[in-house]
Design a binder for this molecule. Structure first.
Ligand code: IVH
Length: 667
């Protein structure tokens, strides 16, 4: 393509991708499939690779994150970013309203009330519609220039969809709770330190010097105010929100009300229902709607007089550590847990809190008998925030991390770079065997209904099973001998075992419980290898190059498949009829057309370009290679194909043209 044409096409692609980003990330209503989206992106990347001079700051290619930075440059805000004064109850809100009425000399004021997002404050600066800078708040005057990371946030437009010559917007970057939990799960599997809550995770991600990491974190932003705008004259906060929405931002829908009692009730309502939202909020923000009134009231040094934050009461409480025990997980990781005097907090009773690892206990100096501050981190896992040292009486005991596995007595080992101790005998350790079977049977793995921890315990104790493969050899007569297992439940269990023989490949890989292979990695592996056999044969080098599979995971996978006992386990499953290569339906779909086939492309095809053709081959399970050999299955040849074509003819390899290729795909 010549440059001029490329430039035109690039503009089209940028617009289309921005449109589909908005459909997906802002409106939650995608119009095209991921595959179609990837095609647009691929084409754009190809043009930019060919004509680097056409690459611009608003290109969606910038969202994947560029080169890592050494440090963030500091950034002086054009308009300083104020913070809010706090209200700690509805009385403070009423008082605020009184003051506003007095100062403005009015008895009716229209307010807007919106969520106070528990994330990280951000300022965005656009010139001629293009995002120039994204900066953290810092001290309000100077922040950090985190533009490279801000560009990776998919619901922040790189180019505005409304003509505004200059816009400075402000909002909050956050991590949805589900993404936070997924992130922590991945980190736990990888033996990395966990983030305490969504806010820390969002702040940690936006302050990553490597934007590629930020790009993987599913950060989002709510934009809630305009600090400065040219090209529009909004009169109220609600009009600002309208404009921001039209420009392509994700905004919040505020309550608009002049009734302070309604506002108080609304704030209290969300205090009680905050957990129903998919993101964390730590309060509500009440603002005067009229920008003219805002101006009349003006600002104090650090906060405006026209707004106030209603802070929810903290979800922390104090209780006593009665004991510290250690638990052995399915991968042999040994986790210390605090048994607490039960405490009612944020809707539930807490009697245990994870202490993560030995370092965590040492850093916080948590002792048995200590009074500790407990918090619902990320509103899910209760966590010890700190020790109330003033309440110590000298009788507290330091916790000694055991040297041997509490379940089997094998020595504990601590791998380099890892915070956790592991039991050194995964083969016979009863805790690991038990946890492994619980994991195998769990819903996201083999989904064996009716096989919970209690039944698994019974089966193990009765000596009916030693590992998960034994489950498939259980007889009804054996099951009915178990306590509380009637005829009907035994039949149900056998039925669900039968049903579990057909799971997707990703579910099977996940079920094996390979260390560091969580659901996410299992999916990636299934997509890449299409069968368990292929995964078993994969070398370290083949694994380590896959996105999301680093050296540690690659090593863990090859280790797993090298072990004789795992080979025996898999064989036993296969002999019982478990379809280890995934559901036939899934295979058919995944195997569609080109599974396991190697293609070589040569010459110019009539309509497809090389990248498109390769993408289609990969999507249908095939591979492309640069040179023709005996291993090549097809040569896809176009006009003026050269030596590759001759070589294919010599080797007797099937040569196909684009039309045949497309037909094969269709079939
Ligand atoms: S208004 C001058 N609205 O809460 C107006 N702030 O101290 C300043 N925040 O760090 C902020 N949600 O980043 C406003 N809906 C919202 C907000 C919000 C979260 C943060 C803000 C700031 C802190 C207030």
């Amino acid at each position: 393509m010549e440059e001029q044409k490329a430039a035109v096409r690039l503009t089209e692609l940028k617009e289309q991708i921005a449109y589909h980003d908005k459909r997906y990330y802002v409106l939650d209503a995608p119009e095209i499939s991921d595959y179609q989206y990837d095609q647009l992106m691929r084409e754009l990347l190809e043009i930019e690779a060919q004509y680097p001079q056409l690459l611009t700051a608003d290109s969606p290619s910038q969202r994947v994150g560029g080169a890592p930075l050494k440090e963030f440059a500091s950034y002086t805000h054009r308009n300083s970013l104020l913070s809010l004064m706090n209200a700690y109850g509805t009385d403070d809100l009423r008082e605020f309203h009184q003051r506003v009425c007095n100062d403005l000399g009015k008895d009716e004021i229209e307010y807007v009330v919106e969520y106070k997002i528990d994330g990280l404050s951000i300022a965005l600066y656009y010139e001629n519609g293009v995002l120039q800078t994204g900066a953290t708040r810092g001290d309000g005057v100077t922040g950090e220039n985190v533009t490279a990371n801000v560009r990776t946030i998919k619901n922040i437009p790189l180019r505005l969809q409304k003509a505004l010559p200059v816009l400075e917007a402000r909002g909050e970057v956050y991590l949805p709770r589900a993404s936070f939990e997924r992130l922590n799960q991945q980190r736990e599997e990888a033996g990395e330190a966990l983030f305490a809550n969504c806010r820390n995770a969002a702040a940690g991600s936006i302050r990553q010097l490597d934007p590629k990491i930020a790009a993987q974190r599913d950060l989002r932003a709510f934009i809630y105010t305009m600090l400065y705008v040219e090209g529009a004259e909004p009169q109220s906060h609600t009009q600002c929100i309208e404009l921001l929405k039209e420009a392509g931002f994700t905004t919040m829908e505020p309550l608009v009300s002049s009734d302070i009692e309604e506002i108080c009730a609304y704030c209290e309502y969300w205090g009680e229902h905050r957990h129903d939202l998919p993101f964390d909020i730590d309060g509500m923000v009440v603002k005067i709607n009229s920008l003219a009134d805002q101006q009349v009231l003006g600002n104090r040094a650090k906060n405006p007089r026209w707004a106030i934050a209603y802070k929810f009461p903290p979800e922390q409480g104090v209780t006593q550590v009665e004991d510290i025990v250690v638990q052995v997980g399915r991968t042999g990781a040994v986790t210390p847990v605090a048994n607490l005097t039960p405490l009612f907090l944020a809707g539930s009773t807490i009697s245990r809190a994870t202490l993560h690892n030995e370092d965590f206990i040492r850093e916080k100096d948590i002792r048995i008998g200590d009074y500790v501050v407990i918090q619902k981190a990320g509103e899910v896992i209760p966590e010890v925030v700190s020790v109330v040292t003033e309440r110590r009486n000298g009788g507290e005991q330091e916790f000694q991390f055991p040297k041997v596995c509490p379940a089997c007595g094998a020595p504990l080992i601590r791998l380099e770079d890892e915070a956790a101790y592991h039991c050194s005998d995964p083969m016979t350790c009863p805790a690991q065997v038990r946890e492994g079977i619980i994991h195998f049977a769990s819903r996201d793995a083999m989904n064996i209904e009716g096989l919970g921890p209690a039944v698994i315990n019974q089966l193990l104790q009765a000596g009916l099973i030693a590992n998960a493969a034994d489950l498939y050899y259980l007889q009804k007569e054996q099951l009915v001998q178990l306590e509380r297992m009637g005829d009907k439940s035994a039949e149900n269990l056998l039925n669900s075992l039968e049903n579990s023989k057909r799971r997707t490949l990703a579910q099977i890989i996940f079920a094996l419980g390979i260390r560091l292979v969580g659901q996410n990695v299992a999916k990636v592996l299934a997509r890449q290898f299409h069968s368990l056999e292929a995964l078993q044969q994969a070398s370290y080098d083949e694994l380590v190059v896959i996105d999301e599979v680093g050296p540690k995971i690659a090593e863990s996978i090859t280790d797993y498949f090298q072990k004789d006992r795992h080979a025996a386990f898999l064989q036993k499953l296969a002999e019982a009829g478990v379809q280890l290569n995934g559901e036939p339906a899934e295979q058919k779909q995944e195997k569609a057309a080109f599974a396991g086939k190697t293609f070589v492309l040569t010459g110019t095809l009539p309509t497809l370009d090389r990248r498109e053709a390769s993408a289609m081959i990969e999507q249908a399970g095939g591979k492309t290679s640069g040179s023709v050999s005996k291993k090549t299955d097809y040569v896809l040849a176009g006009e003026s194909a050269g030596s590759k074509l001759t070589k294919a003819q010599e080797l007797g390899i099937s040569i196909i043209d684009e039309e045949t290729f497309l037909q094969m795909l269709e079939n």
